[in-house]
Design a protein around this ligand. Structure first.
Ligand code: C5P
Length: 225
């Protein structure tokens, strides 16, 4: 079955808005596949960094994108998705702020986005797909029947990030996190290729005053409507 016949739910939005959590829970509820497209850009950035490739070398970047040995495994025991790069578990380093910043820089390069496009489209398999990222509804799955765009104030997103760090046993300084979230917003929204923006037909949900459960209820209602 092709992407055209597989139902796809796209969830886009800025950093720290809760896309990943919402996508994972909705995918579990629906028993659909999950695409964490940010993880692909993060893993790609790690591979480029490990190989010491200059990000101005577009030909080398294109080659790495074609040959990236990337595998996602769902650990049923803790419901987390582990990511393997060339056979090595990179799940922890993948989620660091530094990797996110490298990913954001590299994701602004057109040749990288083009080379990673098919890899993302291939996730659309029956019985369905939940895809989260920045351009799922606009570029990767423009024909998706269900599109959501999550927003929340920058302060709320920075606070959520702080709580996430604290839950992982790390410390964070709110003013620094706030500055980083703002910088990432700027980088992702102002870039030339696939800038962060809602698809015209996306349902925009402001999650500022909502719990995760309330957001999930709205998203599931969209699919079941
Ligand atoms: O969502 P996450 O924070 O893991 O994404 C890391 C970076 O990868 C983002 O800041 C963004 O620049 C880039 N990205 C993208 N397009 C996507 C997903 C992520 O450009 N579909």
């Amino acid at each position: 079955m092709s992407q055209n016949t597989t139902p796809v739910l796209t969830i886009d939005g800025p950093s720290g808005v809760g896309k990943g959590t919402v996508a994972r829970i909705v995918a579990q509820k629906q028993n659909w596949h999950l695409l964490d497209s940010g993880a692909i850009y993060r893993a790609f950035a790690l591979a480029v960094d490990a190989k010491g490739i200059d990000i101005a070398n577009e030909e080398a970047l294109g080659k790495i994108a074609q040959t990236l040995g990337l595998e996602f495994k769902t650990e049923l025991s803790n419901e987390l998705v582990s990511v393997y790069l060339d056979g090595k578990d990179v799940s922890k380093i993948l989620r660091t702020e530094k990797t996110g910043e490298m990913a954001s820089k590299i994701a602004s390069i057109g040749v990288v986005r083009d080379a990673l496009l098919k890899r993302q489209k291939d996730f659309a398999k029956p019985p369905g797909l939940v895809a989260d990222g920045r351009d799922m509804g606009t570029i990767v799955f423009p024909d998706a029947p269900f599109k959501v765009y999550l927003v929340a104030s920058v302060e709320v997103r920075a606070n959520r990030r702080l709580k996430q760090l604290q839950a992982q046993g790390s410390k964070g300084i709110i003013s620094q996190i706030l500055a980083k979230v703002k910088a990432r917003d700027k980088c992702d929204s102002l870039r030339k290729h696939s800038p962060l923006k809602p698809a015209k037909d996306a349902l925009i949900i402001d999650t500022t005053g909502l719990s995760i459960d309330e957001v999930i209820t709205q998203v599931v209602a969209l699919i079941e409507a």
